[in-house]
Design a protein around this ligand. Structure first.
Ligand SMILES: *Cc1c(COP(=O)(O)O)cnc(C)c1O
Length: 442
């Protein structure tokens, strides 16, 4: 029973995670302690098998309940060319929120007709690029954008498929910073105020725009499935009214992302099947009652595709013991590569990758190396006795860490590797000091 303490935490790591004879954490058949030596730390490791398994789980669970389903990955959770190619192989589309993400998708050879372009303040140059490069759908967020896009499409002589982003006014019961579908939100046309109807009639009468559907995104980390059902009912009732009043045909219903991931042992996330049940029941029930045609269903998971697949590795350096208060253990990364604990009070578990067999006898606080007191990665985590040189592994680090990383304190953004069946490949190199000065003019 030598892995007794560390083993329950293993379930938070990627599907391929294990412990080898040396008591080291392994992922995708690679020894993480070795990876830390080869690629340096902080290091982000993505497990290909876990990403692929998540993708097929979504396609299977949704597809078997409602065949006309498209799943698209929300790039902002983590983007790289290697990941985008993998998602294309899995049959996913992409959700991008900027010209930059569109560029990454394009440079990875991703078919742009499977790309949805989101955002509450898309720039004129970004919209122009989207129109020119044949982006599949633009999700219009507000009246300014509707007018601008209409003008640009007409100038370029393009006919563009669009969706309207609605704000259905549903409380998703999540952190206020990640709740997006409530009335008091910067995103979307509110259903409650009549602005959604006004936007719909404007879009329908804009010559170069084809309004093919409606979109909403309630927020992120929704541990309950009911808010989806609630929002689907509201939006389909709206669609039915709009059909009666304006002959609007709903061909696509995009219900956004927000599906939760399990970060802590005591807060499991619902399985995909639970969300799929709630979503498809609400959808088919409302379609029947309201006598609507079956629209295509689009879902946009981000976090839940990559969170569990990603692991962060840090090297332990010094520590500070405040007797009777707490013991801080310092690592060589922190808020520069993962700002989520500081920004959202996000919680993580951690293990010592080189001591998986050891009893977890100490409770310590993991602090980063950045010049902020709030630079704490994990508060009060149970670990074996830590020493300088240990490798700390944080599970479920795959979403919203690298994309939110910064060069604060002129730190270097970490390297990222993808592991699979015993081999590891670098999918993003660590930044260098030259990268830091490369944009400056003397
Ligand atoms: C962020 C976002 C998503 C993905 O959210 P997750 O919580 O990562 O699944 C999907 N759709 C839109 C419009 C988003 O802004």
């Amino acid at each position: 029973m030598k892995y007794k303490d560390a083993l329950p935490k293993l379930t938070l790591f990627p599907l391929t995670a294990g412990v080898n004879d040396q008591g080291h954490l392994t992922i995708g058949g690679s020894d993480t302690v070795q990876l830390a030596i080869i690629y340096g730390t902080p290091l982000y490791i993505f497990d290909e098998a876990t990403i692929r398994a998540k993708c097929s789980e979504y396609l299977r669970e949704l597809g078997q309940r409602y065949s006309d389903t498209l799943a698209i990955y929300a790039c902002k959770a983590f983007t790289s060319q290697a990941l985008i190619r993998l998602l294309h192989e899995e049959g996913f589309g992409l959700d991008v929120v900027s010209g930059g993400e569109m560029h990454v998708a394009k440079s990875a050879g991703f078919p742009l007709d499977k790309v949805y372009f989101h955002g509450n303040n898309k720039g004129e140059h970004e919209l122009r690029r989207a129109l020119e490069s044949g982006v599949g759908r633009i999700v219009v967020d507000n009246f300014h954008e509707l007018a601008l896009l209409g003008r640009l499409a007409s100038e370029l002589g393009k006919s563009q498929d669009v969706l309207l982003r609605l704000s259905p006014g549903v409380d998703p019961h999540t952190h206020s910073h990640v709740a997006t579908g409530i009335l008091d939100s910067k995103f979307g046309f509110p259903l409650a105020t009549g602005q959604a109807e006004e936007a719909l009639t404007k879009a329908m009468s804009t010559p170069n725009l084809q309004l093919i559907g409606l979109h909403f995104h309630l927020g992120s980390s929704l541990f309950e499935a009911e808010p989806y059902a609630e929002a689907i009912a509201l939006v389909l009732q709206f669609a039915a009214q709009m059909k009666q009043r304006h002959r609007f045909e709903l061909r696509e219903l995009n219900i956004g992302g927000g599906f939760a991931s399990q970060y802590l042992l005591d807060s499991p996330a619902p399985p995909v099947s639970r969300y799929a049940d709630a979503i498809v029941s609400a959808l088919t029930e409302q379609i029947r009652q309201l006598k609507l045609e079956q629209p295509r269903l689009v879902i946009e998971p981000g976090r839940s595709i990559v969170a569990k697949a990603g692991t962060a590795l840090y090297r332990v350096g010094g520590s500070k013991d405040i007797p009777g208060v707490r013991r801080y253990v310092f690592v060589d990364g922190g808020m520069g590569d993962n700002i989520r604990p500081a920004l959202y009070d996000s919680k993580y578990e951690a293990v010592l990758a080189n001591k998986m067999g050891k009893l977890e006898t100490d409770v310590v606080t993991i602090a980063g190396k950045f010049c902020e007191s709030g630079d704490i990665l994990v508060k009060d985590v149970r670990l074996p006795k830590t020493e300088a040189g240990d490798v700390l592994a944080m599970p479920t680090s795959g979403a919203y860490s690298i994309p939110m990383s910064s060069n604060y304190n002129a730190s270097l953004r970490p390297a990222v590797v993808m592991v699979k069946e015993g081999s590891a490949r670098l999918i993003r190199r660590r930044e260098t000091y030259d990268d830091l000065t490369g944009h400056d003019s003397p």
